[in-house]
Design a protein around this ligand. Sequence first.
Ligand code: ZN
Length: 361
Amino acid sequence: MNVKLLGFGALTPVLLAFGVAVAATGSGALDPVASSIGCVAAIDPSAPVNQTIKDLNATQLGHAKTVYDVSVEMKLPPRAAVVALATVAQESYFKNMANPTVPKSMTLPHEGQGADHDSVGLFQQRPLPPDGEGGWGTVEELMTPKISAMKFYSALKRIDGWETLPITVAAQKVQISAFPDAYAKHEPLATALVALIGGGAVTCQNGAVGAGGWAKPVPGGINSYFREPGREDHYGVDLGGTRGTPIHAASSGIVLIAECNGGSNCDEDGSMSTPGYGWKVDILHPDRTVTRYGHMWRQPFVRTGQTVQAGQVIGLMGTSGNSSGVHLHFETHTGAPANNANAVDPLPFMAARGVTLGKSG
Ligand SMILES: [Zn+2]
C-alpha cells in the first residue's frame, strides 16, 4: 500500500486494512517454495463466477480457505470473510507475495513477487522496521496467511459499522485507495467463495500438492493398456479382479460424477454392444487431476459433490456398460472436466505419485 501504517494498535480511522490501494504487481510465476496447502472445490461451472473460481489453482484456493477459516475462528460473520477475500483478490489474487525490497520475505514460502513499496503477503501489509516502514507485524507474520488474515480482521473490527459498509464505500472512507472500485469488483467472487467454503464444498489436503496420498484403486493386474495398438480409443487401463472387488479412490478429492453412463440399465451386466462406462465415478483431486472408474457393479457408494479420502471404497468391480467381462476401467486426466484430450496413461501418472499399477497384492 502507499500509505505508511501507524502502529497497528492505534485506533486510527485509517484502517489501513483497506489501505491496500495498489494491486500487487506479482509476476504470477510459481515459485519453487510455494505454500503447501492445496484445496479443490466442487463447482457447478455454469455460473460465470464459478468459472473464475475454477481458474484458481489449489494453492490459491487453499489461501482463500485459510482466510475464511480465520473469520470463523474469530467468530466473525460471513461478511467479514467477503471483505477479506475481496481485498485479497485485489491485492495479491490469492498468492502469498514476497517482495525483493524486503529480502527476508524472499526466504519464506511464496508464490509470487510484488514490488509495491515494502508490502508483502496475501493482504500486501507493510512490515515493521527494520524490514519495512509499516506497522502490521513482522515479515514472518505477514507472510503467514493465517496470521496476516488475523491482523486484517482485527483491523476490520475496529471500523464502526463495517458489517453494513459496502466494500467500495469503506475503501473510499479511508481515502487510501486510488481505485475505490477495485475491491468492489471482486465482491461476487468473494461472496461465491464464502458460500462454497462455508457450505463445505471445498476440500483441502495438507502437504505438497499432488505429492503423496495416492493409493492403488484395485490390486489386480493389467488386462489392457492405455491406447494400446488396435485400441487407440481406449483411454484407460483395465485392471483385473473378481466381481465385487472393492474399488478405492486413488486419492482424496471431490466426486465430480457418479452416474449410470451410456443410457442402458447399469444394474445388468453389459456387453460389447452396450454403450458407455456403465456405473461410473469421476473424482477431482487437489492437484486438479481427475481419476475415472468405470463398469462398476451396482450403484457407486459415493454421490456427486461428496468429498472422498484416498483409499476410500467408492464402489465394487463389475462389468456394466461397454464391457465384456469383470474388470475396473481406470483413467487418469490432467484436467477437469475429464475428456479424451486430457487423458494420460495411468501407469506413468500413478508411478509419478508413488503407485505402481498392475502388480498383484
Ligand atoms: Zn477399459
